[in-house]
Each structure stands twice: as C-alpha cells, then as structure tokens.
Design a protein around this ligand. Structure first.
Ligand code: ADP
Ligand code: RBF
Ligand code: MG
Length: 409
C-alpha cells in the first residue's frame, strides 16, 4: 500500500471501521482465555487522568495557590474535581475553601499557572503503548475531553506521535454540555462515522463513565484515584491501569508485547536501606519482603500503578538476586499506605535490615487483588515468583543483571 493510500485511509475512519469489522471475529476467536464483552470497532479516549497524569500537576498548582489564601490543599478534593469541566472544578474549589473571590477571578488567576506546567505532564503508564497499538492496527480513535480544544492540542503536542493517532479530537468547548452529558461522546461517534454502540470509551472519572454509558457506549473505567473502584459499578469493566487493558475482550487486536506472563516496562531504579515493614511477611505468609522507605520515593510510588512487578535486586556485600515485588495497598490487609515490598527469590540465613538494597524493575505481572483466603494469596504470590524466576532468564531481562547500579560501584 502506498504512503498516500495509507494516509487517505487513515483520514476516513468509516472505511477503517468497516475493515476492522471484518477482523472482529478473528480477534474474538483469539481471546479464548478472556470472557468476551460486546464487540466494538472504535475507541474513544479521555485525556486527563486517563492518558495524562494531570492530577499530580493539578494538586501541585492548587497547593501552591491555596497557600496564598492561608488554606491547605486537601487531596480529597481531587475526587470532587476529577472529570469536571474547568469551570465546574473552579466553582467547587472556590466554594469548598470559602475563597473570597468569584469563580471567574479564580480561573483568571490560576489559568497562567497551568499553562506553564503543561509541558511537564507525563503520559500515564500504558498510554503510549495503547495509542501506538491502536494506530498500528488502524483502529479509529477519538480523543474526547472536557478541556477546551486549544488546551488539549497544547497538552498532547508534548507527546510524540499522539496528535496523528487521533482521527477525531473534541474539546469541551465544542459542545453545549460537558461530561456527564453524553453530548461529547455522541459527537465523537458522529465524527468517527461509527455507531455509538460500536464504540469503547476509556475513562478515569465518574462523570466520564456516566457520559459514556448515557451515549450507549461500552465503557472501561481506569480510576485515577486509589480505592475508588466500588463507585464505578456502571462501567462495563474496571481496570487498575492501562497496563491491564485487554483489547481482545472487545474484539480489538490484542497487545502482542506480553512475554511468558510478563509485560516489559520502561526500566526504573530504586534503592535505599531495608526498613521494618508490617512484620507479617515472614510470620503470616512465610514470604519475607524487604521493605524500602516510601518517603523519599513518594513520586515514584505515585507514578507506578499498584500491582506485581519484578526485576533484579542487589544487596551490598551479598550479591544480585531475582526479585518479585508488590506495589500498593495489599487489599487483603487493606493497608492505609501505598508500599513497595520486594521478595528476593533466594534463601537467606538471616535478616538484612539496614543494608543497602538496590532494585531495577523491568516488568509487570498483574494488578493487586483481594483473595478469599490467606492460602490463596500465598499460592498466588508463589505463582508470581515462578513467573519472575523464569522470565528473568530471557535475554531481554537477564542483561540487566550486570547493571552497575545493582553493584553500587
Ligand atoms: P517486615 O514486615 O519487617 O518487612 P518480613 O517478615 O516481611 O518483615 O521480613 C522481611 C525481612 O526479612 C527483610 O527486611 C529481610 O531483612 C529479611 N529477609 C530474609 N530473606 C528475605 C528474602 N528472601 N526477601 C526479602 N527479605 C528477606
Ligand atoms: N497482597 C494483597 O493483598 N494482594 C496481592 O495481590 C498481593 N500480591 C503480592 C505479590 C507479591 C509478589 C508479594 C511479594 C506480595 C504481595 N502481596 C499482596 C502483599 C502481601 O500481602 C504482603 O507482602 C504482606 O502483607 C506483608 O506485608
Ligand atoms: Mg516486609
């Protein structure tokens, strides 16, 4: 196919939707392991909190701004403003904090603060992968956000290949009512030339989920705030992060980057002295986990979705070991803090509290889960250990064993 043909086809979502329809049953047959949901032929994506980690920037700016009024930013407000239009969010903050200004004044003061920060907003884990995957497979994708179109364009301009990957981009200023009204999604369907019921919405916020269902679309929720999943029961599926999205459940082309039960991720490093944890790893589970302080790494912890990861661990003066770890709130124990707990896949004869531990995290295995019994939790963790053990022998992961970071040189 010539480049020109490819381009013109790319700009006619209707044609691609048709062709994709022919493939639907093929993909559906491939997904024997997953229960099949309703088949779709296109995707509508939300931007803030779904593809972009906007929440961190919003919190930072509001924190700095409220100090001027002698108020303290309360993280819980984040839930109230998620998915709202900029005006609605501003009104909520002015009211809740009793600010001595009109919503319009608040907006004009805070808008320049946001404009300076847009270039710093990072893509959420799995966002780039999702966008590139849909593009490679020519799945029509619309971007539909409550933000004004101009802001959307600016925000996505910092992310290579994004703009070209959306056949349609709709801002909140292009419809009369933003989400939770279905208007913005119906307009997306219109411009994609695909029936609403053949579209899959991916959304992090409650207003977004409501809008998607009201538009008659299938909706996958990816809540951006922790421990809120129970609020999302109107969604067709709730996933923990984009890493857990299985497009084949909806008849879309499956991701092909999973290897032996693992998903390679952009490697990241973390290290520090081993500290005391909850004191139940060895005692309750028979699985000791070497906890690291989370204080210094709160950004890294926020950045990475909770779940089970693996990689290599270096212990000063001892050696380098395979490692599998959990990040999150341990739903079985319902912890109040997000923690990081690596289990080194090696039998040690003594504890090593206080020793310097360095980790390179290379891949993802699964989201955190709750379990009906302690035995089933333990069995699952052992299964994770076996997956990590085997995967780390693959050249793709094995090569990091020699990383100087682990040797502390
Ligand atoms: P805590 O709640 O303090 O983390 P655990 O019962 O989880 O207690 O035990 C963890 C400690 O056990 C680690 O800090 C480390 O000193 C020791 N340990 C021994 N073997 C291992 C291992 N294979 N992986 C991780 N930690 C281990
Ligand atoms: N706790 C959970 O509640 N759910 C999980 O899915 C879960 N997965 C884990 C996976 C691994 C590889 C490890 C090492 C731990 C996991 N845990 C999980 C955490 C476990 O509950 C924790 O290590 C103990 O509570 C000790 O603090
Ligand atoms: Mg522990």
């Amino acid at each position: 196919m010539s480049g020109l043909q490819l381009v013109s086809m790319w700009h006619d979502p209707g044609t691609r939707a048709l062709r994709l329809n022919h493939n639907l049953h093929r993909f559906a047959r491939m997904s024997t392991a997953q229960p099949l949901k309703k088949l779709v032929s296109g995707v509508v994506l939300d931007l803030d909190g779904t593809l972009l980690n906007t929440d961190g920037i919003v919190s930072e700016i509001l924190k700095a701004f409220l100090v001027k009024y002698g108020k303290q930013w309360d993280g819980r407000e984040a839930l109230k403003i998620a998915g709202k239009t900029p005006f609605e969010s501003a009104a909520v903050i002015v009211e809740d904090y009793g600010l001595p200004c009109a919503t319009e004044e608040f907006i004009s003061e805070i808008t320049p603060m946001f404009s300076n920060q847009w270039c710093k907003i990072k893509a959420l884990p799995g966002a780039n992968r999702l966008i590139k995957h849909m593009r490679r497979h020519e799945v029509p994708v619309a971007l539909a956000s409550n933000s004004p179109k101009e802001n959307i364009e600016t925000k996505i301009s910092y992310h290579q290949g994004w703009k070209e990957s959306f056949s349609v981009i709709i801002g909140g200023d292009e419809v009369r009512n933003g989400k939770p009204s279905p208007e913005i999604f119906l307009e997306a369907a219109n411009r994609l030339k695909i029936e609403s019921s053949n579209l899959l919405v991916i959304e992090d916020s409650l207003p977004g989920v409501t809008a998607g269902k009201a538009a008659g679309m299938e909706v996958v929720a990816v809540p951006s705030l922790p421990k809120q999943n129970h609020l999302y029961n109107s969604a067709d599926e709730v996933i923990n992060s984009l890493l857990d999205l299985r497009p084949e459940k909806w008849g879309l082309p499956p991701f092909q980057d999973w290897i032996k039960g693992t998903l390679p991720i952009e490697p990241w490093h973390i290290g520090g002295p081993v500290i005391k944890g909850f004191g139940r790893g060895s005692k309750v589970l028979g699985i000791p986990t070497a906890n690291l302080s989370t204080e210094e790494f709160s950004d890294l912890l926020l950045e990475h979705p909770s779940g089970v990861y693996f990689g290599w661990a270096g212990l000063s003066a001892r050696g380098i070991y395979k490692m599998v770890m959990s990040i999150g709130w341990n739903p079985y124990f319902d912890n109040k803090e997000k923690t990081m707990e690596p289990w080194l896949l090696h039998k040690f004869n003594e504890d090593f509290y206080g020793e310097e531990l360095r980790l390179i995290i290379l891949g993802y295995i699964r989201p955190e889960a709750n379990f009906p019994s302690l035995e089933s939790l333990i069995a699952k963790i052992h299964e994770d250990g076996e997956i990590a053990e085997k995967a780390l022998d693959l050249p793709l992961y094995a090569k990091y064993r020699d990383d100087p970071y682990l040797k502390m040189s």
